[in-house]
Design a protein around this ligand. Structure first.
Ligand code: 1GP
Length: 243
Protein backbone atom coordinates (compact mmCIF):
# COMPACT_ATOMS: atom_id res chain seq x y z
CA UNK A 1 0.00 0.00 0.00
CA UNK A 2 1.08 3.57 -0.61
CA UNK A 3 2.59 5.94 1.90
CA UNK A 4 -0.56 8.06 1.68
CA UNK A 5 -2.81 5.09 2.53
CA UNK A 6 -0.58 4.04 5.42
CA UNK A 7 -0.64 7.57 6.83
CA UNK A 8 -4.42 7.36 7.20
CA UNK A 9 -4.19 4.88 10.04
CA UNK A 10 -1.38 6.81 11.74
CA UNK A 11 -2.59 10.40 11.79
CA UNK A 12 -5.50 12.67 11.00
CA UNK A 13 -5.51 14.20 7.53
CA UNK A 14 -7.49 16.53 5.38
CA UNK A 15 -8.17 16.53 1.67
CA UNK A 16 -9.06 19.39 -0.64
CA UNK A 17 -11.53 18.44 -3.35
CA UNK A 18 -10.85 20.15 -6.68
CA UNK A 19 -13.68 20.35 -9.19
CA UNK A 20 -12.06 20.57 -12.67
CA UNK A 21 -15.04 22.50 -14.05
CA UNK A 22 -14.79 25.26 -11.46
CA UNK A 23 -11.04 25.96 -11.40
CA UNK A 24 -9.01 27.44 -14.27
CA UNK A 25 -5.19 27.56 -14.39
CA UNK A 26 -5.02 30.84 -12.50
CA UNK A 27 -7.34 29.63 -9.74
CA UNK A 28 -5.42 26.37 -9.42
CA UNK A 29 -2.21 28.38 -9.07
CA UNK A 30 -3.82 30.48 -6.31
CA UNK A 31 -5.09 27.34 -4.62
CA UNK A 32 -1.62 25.79 -4.66
CA UNK A 33 -0.15 29.02 -3.27
CA UNK A 34 -2.57 28.77 -0.31
CA UNK A 35 -0.93 25.44 0.63
CA UNK A 36 2.21 27.28 1.78
CA UNK A 37 2.49 26.38 5.47
CA UNK A 38 -0.96 24.73 5.37
CA UNK A 39 -0.52 21.74 3.11
CA UNK A 40 -3.40 19.29 2.80
CA UNK A 41 -2.50 15.58 2.88
CA UNK A 42 -4.04 14.85 -0.50
CA UNK A 43 -5.84 16.57 -3.35
CA UNK A 44 -8.91 14.87 -4.78
CA UNK A 45 -9.94 15.59 -8.37
CA UNK A 46 -13.34 14.65 -9.72
CA UNK A 47 -17.05 14.88 -9.01
CA UNK A 48 -20.44 13.43 -9.81
CA UNK A 49 -20.51 15.10 -13.22
CA UNK A 50 -17.37 16.63 -14.74
CA UNK A 51 -17.01 18.05 -18.23
CA UNK A 52 -13.35 19.21 -18.33
CA UNK A 53 -10.69 16.48 -18.70
CA UNK A 54 -9.43 15.62 -15.21
CA UNK A 55 -5.92 15.00 -16.63
CA UNK A 56 -5.57 18.70 -17.56
CA UNK A 57 -6.41 19.79 -14.02
CA UNK A 58 -4.01 17.24 -12.54
CA UNK A 59 -1.21 18.37 -14.87
CA UNK A 60 -1.72 21.99 -13.78
CA UNK A 61 -1.72 20.98 -10.11
CA UNK A 62 1.44 18.95 -10.58
CA UNK A 63 3.19 22.03 -11.99
CA UNK A 64 2.74 23.91 -8.74
CA UNK A 65 2.55 21.39 -5.89
CA UNK A 66 4.06 18.08 -4.74
CA UNK A 67 1.00 17.08 -2.73
CA UNK A 68 -0.34 13.69 -3.89
CA UNK A 69 -3.27 13.92 -6.28
CA UNK A 70 -5.89 11.17 -6.22
CA UNK A 71 -8.82 10.67 -8.54
CA UNK A 72 -12.26 10.91 -6.98
CA UNK A 73 -14.18 9.78 -10.04
CA UNK A 74 -17.90 10.07 -10.65
CA UNK A 75 -17.55 7.44 -13.37
CA UNK A 76 -15.05 5.73 -15.68
CA UNK A 77 -14.67 8.81 -17.90
CA UNK A 78 -12.78 10.55 -15.08
CA UNK A 79 -9.51 8.62 -15.25
CA UNK A 80 -5.97 9.84 -15.77
CA UNK A 81 -2.58 8.20 -15.35
CA UNK A 82 -1.22 11.62 -14.33
CA UNK A 83 -2.79 11.06 -10.89
CA UNK A 84 -0.86 9.40 -8.09
CA UNK A 85 -3.80 7.21 -7.24
CA UNK A 86 -7.52 6.72 -7.18
CA UNK A 87 -10.26 6.33 -4.62
CA UNK A 88 -11.79 3.36 -6.46
CA UNK A 89 -15.32 4.02 -5.29
CA UNK A 90 -17.97 1.36 -5.02
CA UNK A 91 -21.28 3.02 -4.12
CA UNK A 92 -22.27 0.44 -1.51
CA UNK A 93 -25.13 2.50 -0.06
CA UNK A 94 -26.90 2.22 -3.43
CA UNK A 95 -28.30 -0.58 -5.52
CA UNK A 96 -27.20 0.54 -8.95
CA UNK A 97 -24.89 -2.09 -10.47
CA UNK A 98 -23.17 0.48 -12.69
CA UNK A 99 -21.76 2.20 -9.60
CA UNK A 100 -21.11 -1.02 -7.70
CA UNK A 101 -19.15 -2.83 -10.45
CA UNK A 102 -20.03 -1.59 -13.97
CA UNK A 103 -17.74 1.45 -14.17
CA UNK A 104 -15.03 -0.56 -12.41
CA UNK A 105 -14.94 -3.13 -15.22
CA UNK A 106 -14.42 -0.32 -17.73
CA UNK A 107 -11.75 1.30 -15.56
CA UNK A 108 -9.79 -1.80 -14.49
CA UNK A 109 -7.57 -2.29 -17.59
CA UNK A 110 -6.68 1.44 -17.58
CA UNK A 111 -5.78 1.31 -13.90
CA UNK A 112 -3.63 -1.80 -14.29
CA UNK A 113 -1.79 -0.22 -17.21
CA UNK A 114 -1.26 3.10 -15.43
CA UNK A 115 0.10 1.52 -12.25
CA UNK A 116 -1.36 4.28 -10.06
CA UNK A 117 -2.22 3.54 -6.42
CA UNK A 118 -5.71 2.02 -6.25
CA UNK A 119 -7.57 2.29 -2.93
CA UNK A 120 -10.76 0.18 -3.05
CA UNK A 121 -13.27 2.37 -1.24
CA UNK A 122 -16.80 1.75 0.01
CA UNK A 123 -18.62 4.97 -0.83
CA UNK A 124 -21.70 5.58 1.30
CA UNK A 125 -24.12 8.36 0.56
CA UNK A 126 -25.95 9.56 3.67
CA UNK A 127 -29.19 11.52 3.45
CA UNK A 128 -28.94 15.13 4.62
CA UNK A 129 -32.40 16.56 4.00
CA UNK A 130 -31.79 17.69 0.42
CA UNK A 131 -31.40 15.86 -2.86
CA UNK A 132 -27.75 15.82 -3.99
CA UNK A 133 -26.00 15.66 -7.36
CA UNK A 134 -24.44 12.30 -6.58
CA UNK A 135 -27.83 10.89 -5.63
CA UNK A 136 -29.37 12.12 -8.89
CA UNK A 137 -26.51 11.15 -11.18
CA UNK A 138 -25.95 7.72 -9.60
CA UNK A 139 -29.69 7.04 -9.50
CA UNK A 140 -29.37 5.69 -5.97
CA UNK A 141 -31.04 6.50 -2.68
CA UNK A 142 -28.92 7.58 0.27
CA UNK A 143 -29.04 5.86 3.65
CA UNK A 144 -31.54 7.80 5.81
CA UNK A 145 -29.90 10.26 8.21
CA UNK A 146 -30.94 8.53 11.44
CA UNK A 147 -30.51 4.91 10.29
CA UNK A 148 -27.24 4.27 12.03
CA UNK A 149 -27.75 0.51 12.21
CA UNK A 150 -28.19 0.36 8.45
CA UNK A 151 -25.09 2.47 7.88
CA UNK A 152 -23.05 0.33 10.27
CA UNK A 153 -24.12 -2.90 8.55
CA UNK A 154 -23.29 -1.38 5.15
CA UNK A 155 -19.82 -0.32 6.27
CA UNK A 156 -19.23 -3.76 7.82
CA UNK A 157 -20.26 -5.43 4.58
CA UNK A 158 -17.82 -3.20 2.68
CA UNK A 159 -14.97 -4.16 4.98
CA UNK A 160 -15.86 -7.86 4.82
CA UNK A 161 -15.87 -7.64 1.03
CA UNK A 162 -12.27 -6.44 1.22
CA UNK A 163 -12.70 -2.71 0.67
CA UNK A 164 -9.78 -0.81 2.19
CA UNK A 165 -11.51 2.43 3.11
CA UNK A 166 -15.00 3.70 3.89
CA UNK A 167 -16.08 7.16 2.68
CA UNK A 168 -19.16 8.69 4.31
CA UNK A 169 -20.61 11.32 1.98
CA UNK A 170 -23.30 13.85 2.87
CA UNK A 171 -23.03 15.33 -0.65
CA UNK A 172 -21.12 18.31 -1.95
CA UNK A 173 -22.51 21.50 -0.45
CA UNK A 174 -24.70 19.55 2.00
CA UNK A 175 -26.55 21.64 4.57
CA UNK A 176 -25.28 19.40 7.36
CA UNK A 177 -22.45 16.91 7.71
CA UNK A 178 -22.91 13.19 8.26
CA UNK A 179 -24.22 12.77 11.82
CA UNK A 180 -21.66 12.45 14.57
CA UNK A 181 -23.40 9.45 16.13
CA UNK A 182 -23.35 7.60 12.82
CA UNK A 183 -19.66 8.32 12.26
CA UNK A 184 -18.82 7.15 15.80
CA UNK A 185 -20.82 3.93 15.41
CA UNK A 186 -19.13 3.10 12.11
CA UNK A 187 -15.72 3.91 13.60
CA UNK A 188 -16.37 1.28 16.29
CA UNK A 189 -17.60 -1.29 13.77
CA UNK A 190 -14.82 -1.26 11.17
CA UNK A 191 -11.06 -0.94 11.32
CA UNK A 192 -10.32 0.46 7.86
CA UNK A 193 -9.66 4.20 7.50
CA UNK A 194 -12.76 6.39 7.57
CA UNK A 195 -13.19 9.37 5.23
CA UNK A 196 -15.94 11.92 5.85
CA UNK A 197 -17.01 14.66 3.45
CA UNK A 198 -19.85 16.92 2.45
CA UNK A 199 -20.99 20.11 4.14
CA UNK A 200 -17.87 20.71 6.26
CA UNK A 201 -17.68 24.49 6.52
CA UNK A 202 -16.07 25.34 9.82
CA UNK A 203 -13.18 24.15 11.92
CA UNK A 204 -15.77 23.12 14.50
CA UNK A 205 -17.51 20.91 11.90
CA UNK A 206 -14.17 19.31 11.07
CA UNK A 207 -13.23 18.83 14.72
CA UNK A 208 -16.58 17.17 15.48
CA UNK A 209 -16.10 14.79 12.58
CA UNK A 210 -12.49 13.99 13.56
CA UNK A 211 -13.48 13.42 17.19
CA UNK A 212 -16.19 11.01 16.09
CA UNK A 213 -13.54 8.93 14.35
CA UNK A 214 -12.83 10.30 10.87
CA UNK A 215 -9.26 9.78 9.68
CA UNK A 216 -9.55 11.98 6.60
CA UNK A 217 -11.86 14.98 6.24
CA UNK A 218 -12.72 16.22 2.74
CA UNK A 219 -13.40 19.90 2.11
CA UNK A 220 -14.57 21.23 -1.25
CA UNK A 221 -17.00 24.15 -1.54
CA UNK A 222 -15.86 26.02 1.54
CA UNK A 223 -12.30 26.42 0.30
CA UNK A 224 -13.50 27.47 -3.15
CA UNK A 225 -15.30 30.36 -1.43
CA UNK A 226 -12.77 31.08 1.31
CA UNK A 227 -9.36 29.69 0.30
CA UNK A 228 -7.64 31.43 3.21
CA UNK A 229 -9.52 29.22 5.67
CA UNK A 230 -7.21 26.35 4.74
CA UNK A 231 -4.85 27.61 7.45
CA UNK A 232 -7.48 26.93 10.10
CA UNK A 233 -8.12 23.39 8.86
CA UNK A 234 -4.38 22.70 8.69
CA UNK A 235 -3.86 24.06 12.20
CA UNK A 236 -6.66 21.84 13.52
CA UNK A 237 -5.16 18.78 11.81
CA UNK A 238 -1.72 19.59 13.22
CA UNK A 239 -3.09 20.17 16.73
CA UNK A 240 -4.96 16.84 16.70
CA UNK A 241 -1.78 15.13 15.53
CA UNK A 242 0.14 16.70 18.42
CA UNK A 243 2.35 18.72 16.09
C1 1GP B 1 -18.07 16.08 -1.81
O1 1GP B 1 -17.26 15.38 0.24
C2 1GP B 1 -17.04 16.27 -0.78
O2 1GP B 1 -17.88 14.86 -2.45
C3 1GP B 1 -16.90 17.70 -0.38
O3 1GP B 1 -18.12 18.32 -0.08
O4 1GP B 1 -18.01 20.53 -1.22
O5 1GP B 1 -19.56 20.18 0.72
O6 1GP B 1 -17.09 20.30 1.06
P1 1GP B 1 -18.19 19.92 0.14
Amino acid sequence: MSRFYESLSQRKGFAVLVDPDKQDAQQLGQLAASFEGAAPDVLLVGGSLVFCPVGDTIALLKECTDIPVYLFPGDATQLSDRADGIFFLSLISGRNPEFLIGNHVVAAPHLRRSGIDVIPTGYMLIENGHSTSVEYISNTRPIPFGKTDLAVATAMAGELLGLKMIYLEAGSGAAKTVGIDMIAAIRKAVSVPLVVGGGIRSVQDAENVYNAGADLVVIGNRLEEFPGQIREFAALRDRLNGA
